[in-house]
Design a protein around this ligand. Structure first.
Ligand SMILES: Nc1ncnc2c1ncn2[C@@H]1O[C@H](COP(=O)(O)OP(=O)(O)OP(=O)(O)O)[C@@H](O)[C@H]1O
Length: 264
């Protein structure tokens, strides 16, 4: 099957003063429609930079990223092939939601990228009410401001914001890392349900092996900008090949227990 998203030989170099720094180095992977693909690695390994290159926030220095076979970048210009087709949810809903905007304006903001007719249809009151209810919030929350919500509720707002355009592909960049442990599992389960209901494909970025195992079909392990291991989650957990992957796994003794027992 043709991949939905293909990343080939992608690198990203940042310049800090006279110093050049390689945040991502020659990364290759492909994601099939309908799967959840995990990216794991320690802080600074280049995971978020990859997520940003895929969603149009940062151009790659070299390499190609294709979506449904079409190149996403033309030099530094992002080819917005289908507006709203791809969305991203960031780690920290505190800083990713504009504190001066009401929830309704926050959730509907991505619609501004769509053609007028589609914007009107997807921004209908009926659709908005259905979406806010589906993510576990209430219609009267639409008139409130982000500071009036808990961390988990704010992340539900961010999820609704990502889904308003009806995307096929969503990058989830540490979507539960800023949340209390008791709230994390609820948000992860919501993401799983939404994926099934809407035929979504996820790129799931995390530094937490238990969360990756709970959520993902396949995964890539990143270290210092490179992929050191890639494969099916169960294969990597049972038989890790790379020494860094083994270190990540050995720090999680509970992973040898049954999947249902894992604390995400
Ligand atoms: N805009 C930027 N300018 C310069 N360096 C950057 C920029 N963005 C990221 N970096 C650097 O690139 C490297 C990779 O960062 P990135 O955020 O992709 O890592 P990460 O694996 O997502 O880590 P974390 O989990 O902490 O977010 C880091 O060393 C970071 O300091």
């Amino acid at each position: 099957m043709n991949p939905l998203l293909a990343v080939n030989g992608v690198s990203k170099e940042y310049t800090k003063g006279n110093h050049r720094f390689q945040a991502v180095s020659g990364v290759d992977f492909a994601i099939t429609r309908g799967e959840t693909f995990g990216l794991i690695g320690e802080s600074g390994s280049g995971k978020s930079t990859l997520g940003k290159m895929i969603t149009g926030l940062e151009p790659p220095t070299s390499g190609t990223i294709t979506y449904e076979g079409n190149s996403l970048w033309n030099g530094n210009r992002f080819n917005r092939l289908k507006p709203g087709e791809m969305q991203i949810v960031f780690q920290d809903p505190q800083s990713s939601l504009d504190p001066r905007m009401r929830v309704q304006a926050i959730i509907t903001e991505p619609l501004l990228a769509l053609p007028a007719a589609e914007r009107k249809e997807k921004g209908s009151r009926e659709r908005l009410l259905a979406l806010i209810t589906r993510v576990g919030l209430k219609p009267d929350h639409l008139n409130r401001y982000p500071h009036e919500f808990s961390g988990g509720q704010r992340q539900r707002i961010a999820i609704a914001r990502a889904l308003i355009t009806d995307p096929s592909f969503v990058v989830l960049d540490e979507p539960t890392s800023a949340l209390d442990v008791s709230v994390q599992a609820n948000v992860l389960n919501l993401l799983q349900e939404l994926k099934r209901e809407r035929n979504l494909t996820y790129l799931f970025i995390s530094h937490n092996m238990a969360v990756i195992r709970y959520m993902c079909d396949r995964m890539a392990v990143m270290q210092k900008g490179r992929i050191v291991e890639i494969g099916h989650v169960n294969d990597i957990f049972v038989n890790p090949v790379d020494s860094y992957t083994k270190t990540l796994l050995s720090s999680l003794p509970q992973l040898h227990e049954k999947k249902e027992d894992i604390h995400v």
